[in-house]
Design a protein around this ligand. Structure first.
Ligand SMILES: Cc1cc2nc3c(=O)[nH]c(=O)nc-3n(C[C@H](O)[C@H](O)[C@H](O)COP(=O)(O)OP(=O)(O)OC[C@H]3O[C@@H](n4cnc5c(N)ncnc54)[C@H](O)[C@@H]3O)c2cc1C
Length: 404
């Protein structure tokens, strides 16, 4: 059990914050988690979790608890333009990737931590004032409190980042130039463990099944013309115009979109020179979102949570040394994922014309790019997943090393 900096406020009970609370408690810290949402969302959000993330879930004992909730990783069928045969890439091995809905994953993460952490829902922070031996925190609803450390795991539009770091969101959030819309549609294809990816010049669409549900997740992407303003204020109708006249499944997808609860946003990355300021540190999307299409953000959130808690514990809660070691360890993983994020966006809504699509198809068919593309479209989970090694053993509590 650490002798310093035991009380930690975690802002955000998403995957990053909930996983950190588990690991922090397991190392003997006393986490309090606050989330502005009063309850879990009921959206059918689907997460695909690749190799490194599965390794963290396994060491948390969550794979068994999630056994009834996970689905197999999908094969991917690409169609480039309107012509030509589809190209099908096999699914990655089940031990390299799994699909799970976000809500059961979060429910199990929170249940796992249980009373080892204090959870406050429906509240947020409004001010953070650092003193030599703590951080004075003001809340929207609850009374002010003091914590030794604060972890900002509050997602892309982090309030903690705004309160504690220099610069504005515009300095930290980088638009990748493509708008993405995600929504659920009734399963009108009957596909199982399959992602269908339609790639057109400047736009793309994907349909994937959701484990345990009679529904598919639909994703539409549209590359915005250079210089187009209003990124972030596009509507489903703007997306629909970009796909008007396309064939195949597109008319049905557009019809369903007109009735669906559509999440729509530009593809964005968070890039910061440093992830900590004094006693405040950022984690997950708040620190290093790689983009919603790469599928790597949940893996990064899980690895980052284990790493941050593990590094802090290794230095007896010394935040300067612990935050430094966490950042040094995680930077290579983040840079790898952010490169993949850019490639994914480029490949899913390519800027080239029809000839570019023919080149992509030929290359894929020749299987020169197959493993790379699988890993891009399956969240880095494909057979070609490369990237830095993650030292799981290093981050386990001392008494558990060599036993898991
Ligand atoms: C509702 C939702 C649906 C998603 N659906 C998908 C999906 O379908 N597919 C996919 O790949 N990824 C999805 N994601 C993203 C994915 O969960 C994350 O990218 C990834 O798991 C990294 O998680 P994170 O914990 O860093 O951030 P997030 O998942 O964004 O979690 C941040 C948490 O912080 C809370 N929060 C935000 N601001 C504040 C504040 N000011 N005060 C207190 N709490 C705050 C939020 O309520 C949320 O619980 C979704 C995220 C959300 C929030």
């Amino acid at each position: 059990m650490p002798t310093r900096n035991r009380t930690v406020l975690v802002v955000g009970a998403g995957v990053a914050g909930s996983a950190f609370a588990h690991w922090a408690a397991r190392h003997g810290f006393a986490p309090t988690v606050v989330d502005r949402e009063p309850r879990l969302s009921s959206r059918l959000s689907r997460l695909e979790i690749g190799f490194g993330g599965i390794g963290v879930l396994e060491r948390m004992g969550l794979l068994d608890r999630l056994a009834g909730e996970v689905g197999p990783p999908p094969a991917v069928e690409f169609r480039f333009g309107e012509d030509g045969d589809p190209v099908r890439c096999p699914a990655p091995p089940a031990e390299h990737s799994l699909v799970v809905r976000r809500d059961p994953l979060l429910r199990e993460l929170r249940d796992l931590t249980g009373s080892d952490a204090e959870f406050l829902f429906g509240d947020s922070v409004t001010a953070l004032r650092e003193t030599p031996d703590g951080v004075d925190v003001e809340f929207e609803n609850g009374p002010p409190r003091r914590f030794d450390l604060v972890v900002g795991a509050d997602g892309l539009h982090s309030t903690v980042r705004d309160l504690a770091f220099e610069g504005t969101a515009a300095d930290h959030i980088h638009d990748l130039g493509v708008t993405v819309a995600v929504f659920t549609v009734p399963d009108f294809t009957g596909q199982h463990a399959l992602s269908t990816v339609l790639v057109k010049p400047g736009r793309g669409a994907m349909l994937t099944d959701i484990p345990g549900e009679d529904a598919l997740e639909a994703v539409l992407l549209r590359r915005r013309p250079y210089g187009e303003r209003d990124a972030g204020r596009e509507t489903p109708e703007d997306l629909a115009r970009a796909f008007a006249g396309d064939g195949g499944e597109i008319p049905r997808i557009l019809d369903e979109m007109s009735r669906a609860d559509v999440q729509i946003a530009p593809t964005r990355q968070v890039r910061l020179d440093t992830w900590s300021r004094g006693r405040v540190v950022l984690l997950g999307n708040a620190a290093f979102c790689s983009d919603p299409m790469s599928g790597m953000d949940t893996v990064l959130a899980l690895k980052g949570a284990m790493s941050l808690a593990g590094e802090l514990a290794r230095v007896d809660g010394d935040h300067r040394a612990g935050f430094f070691a966490y950042e040094a360890a995680m930077r290579p993983h983040v840079e790898h994922a952010q490169r993949m994020g850019e490639d994914t966006v480029d490949g899913a809504a390519p800027s080239g014309g029809s000839s570019g699509l023919r080149v992509m198809r030929t290359a894929l068919r020749a299987e020169l790019l197959a493993s790379k593309v699988i890993s891009l479209f399956t969240g880095g989970n494909g057979i070609a997943e490369t990237g830095p090694e993650f030292p799981f053993e290093r981050y386990l509590p001392a008494g558990e090393r060599g036993t898991v």
